[in-house]
Design a protein around this ligand. Structure first.
Ligand code: PLP
Length: 396
């Protein structure tokens, strides 16, 4: 029995997908972005569940991620969003992954690989409009077109761009990016490249600009039950499919004044019970992306938090939930063990605790249980060498 595990509610995931579909322009389709192991939920199970309800397209960052999806039975379109390397191309072509072209120098080499394999490859062009990451700029389009004429195995099926600031309320930058996208696609058409598909929207842009849905919207955040930012709450009804749980593996009554954990930053204020749960920062608990203040209010919040910590007051200390009650993490989160101060409430060894584990940093080795229709549909554990093991319980 796992001490710490994650439950993923596939019914909730499917409902989120259907909610997205409801708001989609009829001519557009939803491309489910399942990169980074579907933001931690588990790419294979998420993609399979969505494919069962009609999702036809998926996106990942790396070829490796696409290959796993194909191997586990995903039939739909799989687009690799990130730059790729030559060594991976033969497998990607054999698995019929669609690749994003980001490098002019790849064109002749990729065509050569295709020619050796006697296969074509479907390509989407990434256009750089303000993300500053990958993609072709206006000045490169002519050279691009010339290179493509001598690469007959590369079939250009799509063209897309990615927004840097779609989450922000101020729309000027995003409007500028879209203008740039229109200018770039117009130039491509002049040069004789008319790809089948265009797509620009991520979750935030999907909600703000229905007129930009085009042929696909690339949705990750909304599917996993998150809003891209506070101003989007309520625009759709989303359900969080993710529950992380641990269980009490050690429990002791202690007197007032007991120090807990590294650096003894926590001291009990009265007689209480301390419980240990087998989860820590090695599993992702307490980890959050580096926070960059967006303005002065944010800056002062951070300042006050650090100032309070100097006096042993820890604002924003992690909390967990035990039998419907919120209890505090006592002291620093350890590598694999964490202490919680459960008070004098009735609890026992083995009791379940809900923990605030961020999806994208949750250790992939943590056991995952996939629930659908009230039962466990499949589980995922990790084998030695990090290969995921899938146990299916139901044949669908
Ligand atoms: C991650 C990603 C998306 C999905 O963005 P969400 O905001 O999570 O929906 C779309 N497009 C590209 C290129 C991405 O990298």
């Amino acid at each position: 029995m796992a001490g710490t595990w994650i439950e993923v509610d596939l019914d909730a995931l499917v409902k989120n997908y259907q909610e997205v579909i409801k708001h989609l322009r009829p001519e557009a389709r939803c491309m489910a972005v399942v990169k980074a192991d579907a933001y931690g939920l588990g790419a294979v199970q998420v993609a399979l569940a969505l494919e069962r309800v009609g999702c036809e397209a998926f996106a990942v960052t790396k070829i490796e991620e696409g290959l796993i999806l194909r191997k586990q039975g995903i039939k739909g379109l799989i687009l690799v969003l990130g730059p790729t390397t030559q060594e991976e191309w033969p497998l990607a072509i054999a698995a019929k992954l669609q690749l994003t072209l980001t490098e002019l120098s790849s064109i002749p080499m990729l065509n050569e690989v295709c020619s050796e394999l006697h296969q074509d490859v479907s390509i989407q062009l990434k256009l750089e409009t303000g993300m500053g990451r990958t993609g072709f700029r206006l000045s490169e389009l002519e050279t691009l077109t010339i290179s493509l004429t001598s690469a007959p195995h590369l079939k250009i099926v799509g063209v897309y761009t990615h927004f840097a600031r779609a989450v922000q309320k101020d729309k000027r930058y995003t409007l500028g990016q879209y203008e740039q996208f229109r200018a770039l696609t117009a130039r491509l058409e002049e040069l004789g490249i008319r790809p089948m598909w265009k797509h620009v929207c991520n979750s935030a842009a999907f909600l703000d600009y229905p007129e930009w849905h085009h042929d696909f919207v690339r949705i990750g955040t909304l599917l996993i039950g998150h809003y891209p930012g506070p101003r989007f709450i309520g625009k759709l009804t989303l359900i969080d499919p993710w529950i992380a749980k641990s269980r009490i593996v050690h429990l002791r009554k202690v007197p007032k004044g007991t120090y807990v954990g590294y650096q003894s930053i926590y001291r009990t204020k009265s007689e209480t019970q301390l419980a240990v749960i087998p989860v820590g920062y090695a599993d992702g608990l307490g980890l959050a992306p580096h926070f960059v203040p967006q303005g002065w209010i944010d800056f002062f919040k951070i300042l006050i938090k650090n100032f309070a910590a100097l006096f042993g007051i820890f604002l924003g200390q992690e909390r967990v939930e035990l039998k419907g009650r919120t209890v505090r993490v006592a002291g620093k989160i350890g590598m694999q063990l964490t202490v919680i101060d459960v008070g004098l409430q009735d609890c026992a060894l083995g009791d379940e605790v809900r923990i605030p584990l961020r999806r994208t940093v949750a250790n992939p080795r943590l056991h995952r249980k996939y629930k659908q229709g009230g039962q466990i549909l499949s589980e995922r554990t990790m084998e030695e060498g990090d290969l995921p093991m899938y146990t299916e319980y139901l044949q669908l």
